[in-house]
Design a protein around this ligand. Structure first.
Ligand SMILES: [Zn+2]
Length: 243
């Protein structure tokens, strides 16, 4: 089987400043040239503090109109791995506040959630199931009512990140995942943090994306995939691949 499926999960949209803004725009331009779709994780509280005519808000609207970008719920405060200790009621409150921020800007509710630091507790799952619009969960728990996208683990059960430390997109890891997963028709969520990049990280990301494109990998939004596709084509482990 050929034609792997990648979801570009770009975290921490909400960091502002010249460098972060430049990187958001660079990702837009690069993915436009390559015809790739992008999923941005919105930090609700930070975005809520921006004026409605600010550059970032206008950018979100423009990205949304292009049809190539989607926005998912990345929690409210993002502090201390936010959902680690939150009770169900507070978790619902944090999730819904960010849902409102996204809906107010782009006019539609987000359908996907991803916890800050990918850390959550049992209450998070209960909360998500009560936030009606959330149907997809990045690296979530398998018992969730909706669809969970798995985070790769190696055979020892250790998380296998697609970035090396300090948010550097790693060409070598993309190459390995492409060979072990994508060229066999499998799928994977690729996580990156453009807001924290330096130029060399942007170039590395560009190289990774060109590599995916050359290998016929298609980028999708979570809502374009059904449960069976995710559970049969997105592996949970990538055994031979070492961290
Ligand atoms: Zn984050």
């Amino acid at each position: 089987m050929t034609g792997g499926i990648a979801i570009l999960k770009l975290d921490d949209f909400g960091i502002v400043g010249r460098r972060a803004t430049f990187m958001y725009m660079a990702v837009d331009l690069l993915t436009k040239l390559l015809g790739l779709k992008v999923c941005w994780g919105v930090m609700g509280e930070r975005i809520s503090m921006l004026k409605s005519d600010s550059r970032i808000i206008r950018m979100i609207k423009r990205f949304h109109r292009s049809g190539r970008h989607s926005f998912w719920n990345h929690g409210w405060t993002h502090s201390d791995c936010e959902f680690k200790c939150l009770g169900e009621e507070s978790a619902i409150d944090h999730i819904l506040k960010t849902q409102n921020v996204i809906a107010k800007i782009v006019g539609v509710a987000a359908d996907t959630f991803g916890a800050p630091c990918n850390v959550y507790n049992e209450e998070t799952k209960c909360a998500l199931e009560k936030c009606g619009n959330i149907k997809y969960w990045f690296y979530g728990d398998g018992d969730f009512n909706g669809i969970c996208f798995p985070f790769f683990r190696n055979l020892e059960g250790k998380y296998l990140k697609l970035e090396s430390t300090l948010y550097h997109p790693d060409y070598e890891r993309i190459r390995i995942v492409t060979q072990k997963v994508f060229v066999k028709g499998g799928g994977a969520v690729i996580q990156a943090h453009p807001a924290f990049w330096h130029l060399r990280d942007l170039f590395s990301f560009a190289r990774c994306m060109i590599y995916l494109k050359i290998h016929g990998v298609k980028t999708k939004f979570p809502c374009e995939l059904d449960k069976e596709t995710v559970y049969t084509r997105f592996p949970k482990t990538i055994g031979e691949c070492n961290e």
